[in-house]
Design a protein around this ligand. Structure first.
Ligand code: ADP
Length: 196
């Protein structure tokens, strides 16, 4: 199973990614987590990544590909992955498709989780009040939502054209979102999604 979770900040792609990965028995590859780990490790690259993340700007495509490619290659060899937050720009999607073609694999489906900005903002501020991430502050949240709309939004038509987009309402309890994802995947009648 090879899936991509496409979702604005606060839509719950981390939660759903973990669930789907456990259910499908494949690795959950969370771009933000891998980039944060690289930032914590320090060095020139780490400091650069940390600065982009703190501002809520996207890390440049070239750095993202450098950090993410080894994880994708390894997981592809082990039966698949749930990609969470990568690809997140059209150039990243093109690079990821080229990589997948080289590895002889392609994405089975892209799950697009959507919710109104007011809901997303409230969730992120709630997370912040429970000791959340450094980028969960009001002005950075607004910026991340804008960046999503402008830079990641174009991936919705991109994957729709490829016939693999499943759209799911994320403004529901996590279990309902998971159920809708499962239903959407069986609607695509993927060979791997039966029996789950
Ligand atoms: P969220 O979706 O809530 O913003 P993530 O952990 O997915 O949380 O991403 C946090 C930050 O990590 C982003 O604001 C961005 O700086 C960086 N990031 C994550 N994925 C990517 C990506 N594919 N391309 C560029 N930057 C990314």
């Amino acid at each position: 199973m090879r899936l991509l979770l496409l979702a604005p900040p606060g839509a719950g792609k981390g939660t759903q990614g973990e669930r789907l990965a456990a259910r499908c028995g494949v690795r959950h590859i969370a771009a933000g987590d891998l980039l944060r780990a690289e930032a914590r490790a320090g060095g020139r690259l780490g400091r650069e990544i940390a600065a982009y993340q703190a501002r809520g700007d996207l890390v440049p495509d070239q750095i993202v590909l450098e950090v993410l490619t080894p994880a994708v290659v390894e997981a592809a060899a082990r039966g698949g992955y749930i990609l969470d937050g990568f690809p997140r720009t059209v150039p990243q999607a093109i690079a990821a498709a080229e990589l997948a073609a080289r590895l002889g694999v392609t994405l089975d489906a892209v799950i697009y989780l959507y919710a109104p900005d007011t809901v997303l903002t409230r969730r992120l501020l709630d997370r912040a009040s429970q000791g959340g991430r450094a980028d969960d502050v009001a002005d950075v949240i607004q910026h991340r939502l804008r960046v999503f709309a402008e830079t990641t939004g174009p991936l919705v038509p991109y994957y729709t054209e490829r016939g693999i987009l499943v759209t799911v309402d994320a403004d529901q309890p996590p279990e309902s979102v998971t159920a809708d994802i499962q239903a959407g995947l069986s609607g695509l009648s993927l060979p791997h999604s039966r029996g789950h």
